[in-house]
Write a protein that binds this ligand. Sequence first.
Ligand code: HEM
Length: 507
Amino acid sequence: MLDMSMLQQIGWVEASIAVVVAAILLIAIVTLSGGRPSDAPPMYTVGNLPFIGTFLEFAKNPVALVAQGYEKHGSCYSMNIFGQNMTFLLGPIAHDRFFSEDDRFLSQSEVYKFMTPVFGKGIVYDAPPKMMSSQMAFIKGALKGDALHRYVPIIVKEAEDYFEKHWKDGEIVDLHESMAELIILTASSCLMGTEVRETLFDKVASIFKRLDDGITPLSFFWPTAPIPAHWDRDAARADMGKIFSELVQKRRADPTSSKKYHDVLQVFVDSKYKDGSSTTEEQVCGLMVALLFAGQHTSSITTTWLTLLLSRNPASFAAVRKEVDAAWDSLAAEGGSELDFARVDALEELNRCFLETLRLYPPLVMLMRKVMGKPLKVGKYNVPVGDIVVASPQVSHRLPEGPDQVFTKPDTFDPDRFKEGREEHKGRPSGLGETGKSVKNFIGFGGGHHSCRGEQFARVQAKAVLSVMLRDWEIEPVGPMPKPNFAAIVVGPDVGTPIRVRRRARK
Ligand code: HEM
């Protein structure tokens, strides 16, 4: 759900702590380590200082370092970063192992449990495995089928109101800022419900920000370290708990609420575990927080890159605009005014651009699990227990020509690679992973047991927002295309994202 690339996001205070801890770890490693088994993947080291040298390079630009490691050792190799052995599984054949093994042997909770102070005790990564999978099922159920149909008109209305209120003809706006504001509005309407959207929105948005600021690089190693950011995070979590407890109590006291409310909050209020017990108020709050963390930055960043890429690729822009205009025209011809799920879902050109955006700029650049119980067999190697294994959408989607490449000219924006007839995401290298199942080439939404539960929601959300934007606005790029900021937890543009917006006069 989260990208753990915070390892590289080191501020000065944390950097000092990191160097001291690294020195202690280095001594411990050198003293205690009996070396790796001979069938472990090869170790990639850089710089003159073993362990610390690699860590410093990783902190600078993890994606570049991981890609260099691929050039030297191929699709499976290890690095020691900050005393932790990390094994990279790059390209479809290698990362197939990552996505096909279950939680007993590749643990997600072990690497993401530092989020417990944010999500809450007993929520997702802190819950026993059966409870965690029930909670994930509640999330999945809330974000598909009929629910999605209901959410589309709500998202469209939020987008129309937002652009009307905040964008002025001829002005330069910061696209990423706009998308972040709009996405949290749509999330509050669809997920958190009318009470939050209408009366508590500012409060919830500011608590979310405090929680977000409370995740520092140090939190990954020491989530309860006594630092101001953690104290404020804990206070913010308690504030969020109070808000949602009251909401849940009110809804549970109202016998008509299940019929009255159609948001994700109500789904969580009504959800029951297999033993028949209901979710607690604390769990409902934790699940809402988890959803916000999973969906807010990922969606706002992807919608930003998508718009930036369209504004710089006239042919794709023209094709998407034609398709979007046709959808609105067909709606008008039927006398309708609300763009519906079916029309948004059918926007194929836009869908391909969305996928191509995620292929080039996945916001979660490295996904992690810990090897538990028995070594993980990957080709001729056995990845030792205790290693963290990493699948990287960012690196795997852009592998150079060679045995693991699936996307041709990988640095080029080419949405048609997903078109029938080409479908690079379904193709090479062999079509089969080691497990004998089809390999997954495109991993922007992850894969296997823990693939994104919000994929469909994220897709229709981005497409609905773009449908409104392209109907009403001309967008013109300002300045050079930003680069990804790989020092961020969820990777977005490294600088501001100005675009000039002009009201569109439709012919
Ligand atoms: C473009 C937007 C999004 C992208 C690129 C994205 C990407 C991902 C990825 C790569 C994972 C797998 C993480 C891993 O394997 O460690 C994931 C998991 C998850 N995502 Fe998303 N996501 C997006 C939007 C959303 C939204 C909007 C929601 C919900 C509102 C959501 C809910 C989840 C959940 C609950 C999981 C955890 C699944 C599990 O661990 O079983 N995501 N997402």
